[in-house]
Each structure stands twice: as structure tokens, then as C-alpha cells.
Design a protein around this ligand. Structure first.
Ligand SMILES: [Zn+2]
Length: 328
């Protein structure tokens, strides 16, 4: 998400609004961008700062190569200040420090930008301090407040900012964000089917437990296909110890659901939708073993099992019953 056109793919409305203001030279003196984690708040703040300072900006898009752009990318621009929580909160002293910095004129130009990350974490004193600061706006200063929790920002601050909501990501946009963060296409596809939280997805990508969970799903399916008599033993000895709490078991079942959906996609000729593409050989074998009717029946049984986890049915019992229903 290094430029506006990339950001526009996941945040079209916010991007258009901000770009329009840049192009018309109508940048507000304070913005408040809000939305859940990982959906582009920091990208938008950095891009806005670059667009303001870039020496070679074209149509709002910064060049990314001039000295100002480079210094903003590396967090070293003397007129762009960033405030992040110290520990669990942003303290009054941090805002005072910021204010002090701003009493000097800009080192390189008359412009200054400050970015307050997790602005809802400001203490009451810090928020009141910032409010005073916002009440005396200078044409040359742009405040960019970012938050996941817009209700945690006092009304008097909100009313002085241009408030822009960023949208939650759908599955496709989530994939773009994850691939942009260096996650492989296949994993990005899988994680976006499992969660809409970018952080959770990044954890899956690094997590040995998750990799093992995926292996166990593949093994369980193969057991059901070829070694029915050993399925219960597998559930007791391998499956349950790994998926040892309800949340983990839900994830295990989600992975199983995706596997059987893939079988269905193959059976109905919609291979494009398959998630476990690198396991296509195994999916093909599964599709030879199970009919459409079987697969529908199994998907239904799994959805029911997922509901029953929430109703506190004993997890081992639940898995025993589910695998019995899954056997052809
Ligand atoms: Zn530039």
C-alpha cells in the first residue's frame, strides 16, 4: 500500500476524498481516520504526509524518491512528528513535547504534520492538551489522528477534525493486504477465508501450531477415506490434544469445512474457487471418494457441530459423533 492507487483498491472512498483535497490544495488542519486494525490507517497517514511535502508530486501522488519522501518513509523527516502510546497510553507530556516542537517554524518549510497513532489511548489530560492545540489551528499545520476506536476520542476533539471512516476489508481486499505484507497467495487466500483480522492472519502465517493444524486436517480426511477403523483413535491421540480448547476446535472445523467446500468446487467444476490449490492432488482424490451428496451431508454435519461447540457439548464427544457422521 505504498501509493494512493494501491490504497484505493482497499479504501476507495477515503482515498478519493483525501486525494481530492490534495489536488485542490484544500487540506484540512485536522483529520481523524478510524477503522479496525490493518486496513490502511498508517498508510493513509504516511501518504498524506508525503503528498504534502513531496517536491515532485503529480496529481496528488507523491514521487517516493525525493529527499522528503525518503525521509518520511524512514521516519526521519524533521517536520513530520509521530506520537505513539508510551506503554498503554499517550501522556500529557508527549503532547506538550509535540506542541513545543511546533512553536519553532518548520525546519525545511513552513509546514508541519503530526500523526497521533492510537489516539483513543490519550489520557484525559493529554486529550485536553491536544484540544487546546487544535483550537489554535495554524494554516501550516496538519494533525492526523488514527484510531481503532472512534468512540474513545472525546467529542470536542472529533468535532474539530475531518472524520473519515475506513471500511472493513472483504475477503478479496484482505487477500490484497496480506499479499502486500509478504504472505504467499495461497496462504493469503486461506487466511482471508478464516478471519477478517489482519493481525490474526499474520499470526497464522508464523504459527507452528497453525501449520500442524492444517496437517491434521489433511490427515483426518485421508483417514476417513482410507482408514476408517483408525479414525477414533486418531481423534483421541492426535486431534483432541492439538485442538485443546473450543476456539482452536472451531478453527480446526473451519479448516475442514474449507477442505470439503474445495471438494464441492471441484465436483461442480468451479476449480477457480479452490482454496487449497497446492493440495489439488489430494482434493482430486477426495472428490473421487465423496459424491456431491456425501459432501453436502458432511458440510451440513460440520456446520451443526460448529454450533454445538458453542452450546458446550463435550468436545471429544462432539468430534466422535461428527466423524461417525462423516464416514461413508
Ligand atoms: Zn517525493
Amino acid at each position: 500500500m505504498d501509493n494512493w492507487s494501491q490504497l484505493e483498491t482497499i479504501q476507495p472512498i477515503a482515498t478519493k476524498m483525501v486525494l481530492n483535497m490534495i489536488k485542490r490544495d484544500r487540506i484540512s488542519h485536522a483529520y481523524l481516520f478510524h477503522g479496525q486494525k490493518g486496513i490502511g490507517k498508517n498508510n493513509i497517514a504516511t501518504l498524506l504526509a508525503k503528498s504534502i511535502f513531496c517536491i515532485d508530486q503529480v496529481d496528488g501522488e507523491p514521487c517516493h524518491t525525493c529527499k522528503n519522501c525518503i525521509r518520511i518513509s524512514s521516519g526521519n523527516h524533521p517536520d513530520v512528528h509521530k506520537v505513539i502510546p508510551e506503554g498503554s497510553s499517550i501522556k500529557k507530556d508527549q503532547i506538550l513535547h509535540l506542541q513545543k516542537e511546533f512553536t519553532y517554524t518548520g525546519l525545511e518549510s513552513n509546514r508541519k504534520v503530526y500523526i497521533i497513532q492510537d489516539a483513543d489511548k490519550m489520557t484525559v489530560n493529554a486529550a485536553n492538551r491536544l484540544l487546546k492545540f487544535l483550537e489554535e489551528p495554524s494554516k501550516k499545520t496538519t494533525a492526523i489522528l488514527l484510531t481503532k476506536n472512534v468512540n474513545g476520542i472525546i467529542h470536542t476533539i472529533r468535532s474539530r477534525c475531518q472524520v473519515i471512516a475506513l471500511q472493513p476489508l472483504n475477503e478479496k481486499k484482505m487477500q490484497v493486504v496480506l499479499q502486500d505484507a509478504g504472505i504467499t497467495q495461497e496462504n493469503a487466500r486461506l487466511f482471508s477465508a478464516l478471519t477478517n483480522n489482519v493481525d490474526d492472519a499474520k499470526v497464522f502465517d508464523q504459527d507452528e501450531w497453525f501449520a500442524q493444524a492444517r496437517n491434521l486436517v489433511v490427515q483426518l480426511v485421508e483417514m476417513l477415506q482410507y482408514k476408517n477403523e483408525e479414525v477414533l483413535l486418531f481423534i483421541h491421540k492426535q486431534w483432541m490434544p492439538h485442538f485443546s480448547n473450543r476456539e482452536q476446535l472451531q478453527l480446526g472445523l473451519d479448516l475442514l469445512v474449507l477442505w470439503y467446500k474445495d471438494i464441492m468446487y471441484l465436483l461442480v467444476g468451479r476449480e477457480d474457487n479452490i482454496i487449497f490449490k497446492s493440495y489439488i492432488d489430494k482434493i482430486e482424490k477426495s472428490a473421487m471418494y465423496w459424491s456431491k451428496g456425501d459432501t453436502t451431508h458432511i458440510l451440513y454435519a460440520m456446520m451443526e457441530a460448529k454450533k454445538r461447540i458453542e452450546q458446550n457439548v463435550h468436545p471429544t464427544l462432539l468430534m466422535e459423533q461428527l466423524t461417525l457422521r462423516m464416514q461413508r
